[in-house]
Design a protein around this ligand. Structure first.
Ligand SMILES: NC(=O)C1=CN([C@@H]2O[C@H](COP(=O)(O)OP(=O)(O)OC[C@H]3O[C@@H](n4cnc5c(N)ncnc54)[C@H](OP(=O)(O)O)[C@@H]3O)[C@@H](O)[C@H]2O)C=CC1
Ligand SMILES: O=C([O-])CC(=O)C(=O)O
Length: 271
C-alpha cells in the first residue's frame, strides 16, 4: 500500500478480462485505484483508456511492479512468468488468472516465499473453491469435474490438433478429453484454468480428474464438480455465459472485482 492506504492496482494485459476490470475499477471500488496497465500495442491501449474517467499510464511489466501494490495477470498463459516475476521480486501481490501456467512455473511460488510476495488465484470462472479449501483441511477422497463447452469455446486448443480431433462439424456432444488437471493444463492452456484452480484448492493436479465435452447445442461453458471428503460431499455446477471471448466466462472479471473489493472491506466474506 502507498501512504494514502490506497491499493494501487495494475492490469496486465488489456484483453477481454483486462478491459472489464479497468472499467469496473474506474467506476469505483472503495480504496482501490487503477495505477497502471500493460499492453503490447501502447497506442491502441492509450486510445481505449482515454474513455475512462481516470486514465492510467501504459507501462512495461517491470514498471508495473514498481507502480502497483497488486497486479492482475489476465494475459495469454505464456506471459505469466514475465508478468509475475517482477511483482514477486518486489514483494508484492499478483492475482493470477492463467493459473494453468503456474504448474510449469513453480519457481514463482519460491520467488514469492523468498521475497515476501503473494500469488492469489481467484475463483475466476469456477465456484465453490472456499468449500474445497475447507474440505482439504480434512481428507478429500476424490475430486471429479466434467466440463461441457460450446464448440467455439474449445477451438484452437493444442490437444485437439495433437490428437487429430475435429469438432468443427459435430452434431452430438463429444467427449474430447479424459485425464488429470495437469494434462488438461497442457492440452487446453486457454480453456481449462478452472480445472487447475480446483486442483490447487483440493488434491493437486495429478489427482483431480476431468472430462471435457464439446457440445454443439450448448451456449454456456458448464463445469460440474463432485468432491467426496470426510467432512462433506460437494456437488456443484456453474453455467458461464461467455464474454466477448467465447473461451472466457463473464463471471471471471467479476470474480476479480469482488476480490479487489474484499482487500479494502471491513467485512470480508468467504475463506
Ligand atoms: N482462472 C480462470 O477462471 C480463467 C482464466 N482465464 C485466462 O485469463 C487470461 C485472459 O483471458 P481473456 O482476457 O479472455 O483473453 P483475451 O484473449 O481476451 O486477451 C488476451 C490479451 O493478450 C494480449 N496479448 C497477446 N499476446 C501478447 C503479448 N505478447 N504481449 C502483451 N499482450 C499480449 C492480446 O492483445 P491484442 O489485443 O493486441 O491481441 C489480448 O488483448 C487467459 O489466459 C485465459 O485463459 C480466462 C477465463 C477464466
Ligand atoms: O477455464 C477457463 O479458463 C474458462 C472457462 O472454462 C470458463 O470461462 O467457463
Amino acid at each position: 500500500m502507498n501512504d494514502g492506504q490506497e491499493l494501487r492496482v495494475g492490469i496486465a494485459v488489456l484483453g477481454t478480462i483486462g478491459k472489464a476490470l479497468a472499467k469496473a475499477i474506474d467506476a469505483g471500488i472503495p480504496g482501490v485505484r487503477l495505477a497502471a496497465v500493460a499492453a503490447r500495442n501502447q497506442a491502441a491501449a492509450e486510445d481505449w483508456l482515454a474513455s475512462l474517467r481516470h486514465s492510467p499510464p501504459v507501462v512495461s511489466f517491470d514498471a508495473m511492479a514498481e507502480l502497483c501494490d497488486v497486479v492482475v495477470e489476465c494475459a495469454p498463459a505464456a506471459l505469466l512468468g514475465d508478468i509475475a516475476a517482477p511483482v514477486l521480486k518486489a514483494g508484492k501481490t499478483i492475482i493470477v488468472l492463467s493459473c494453468g501456467a503456474l504448474l510449469e512455473k513453480q519457481e514463482l511460488v519460491e520467488l514469492a516465499r523468498v521475497h515476501g510476495g503473494h500469488i492469489h488465484v481467484p475463483t475466476g470462472a469456477l465456484l465453490g473453491l472456499d468449500a474445497v479449501i475447507a474440505a482439504a483441511e480434512g481428507h478429500i477422497r476424490s475430486v471429479r469435474m466434467i466440463t461441457r463447452k460450446p464448440v467455439r469455446g474449445l477451438l484452437g486448443a493444442p490437444y485437439l490438433a495433437e490428437h487429430g480431433i475435429d469438432i468443427d462439424a459435430i452434431e452430438e456432444p463429444l467427449r474430447i478429453f479424459s485425464g488429470t488437471a495437469r494434462e488438461a493444463a497442457t492440452g487446453f492452456p486457454a480453456n481449462l484454468n478452472v480445472a487447475v484452480a480446483l486442483s490447487l484448492a483440493g488434491v493437486g493436479p495429478d489427482d483431480t480428474h476431468l472430462e471435457i465435452w464439446a457440445d454443439p447445442a450448448l451456449t454456456r461453458n458448464t463445469h460440474s464438480i463432485v468432491v467426496d471428503s470426510d467432512a462433506a460431499r460437494l456437488e456443484m455446477t456453474i453455467e458461464n455465459i461467455p464474454s466477448e471471448n467465447p473461451k472466457t466466462g463473464r463471471i471471471t472479471a467479476q470474480s476479480v472485482v469482488a476480490l479487489l473489493r474484499k482487500f479494502g472491506a471491513p467485512l470480508r466474506m468467504g475463506t
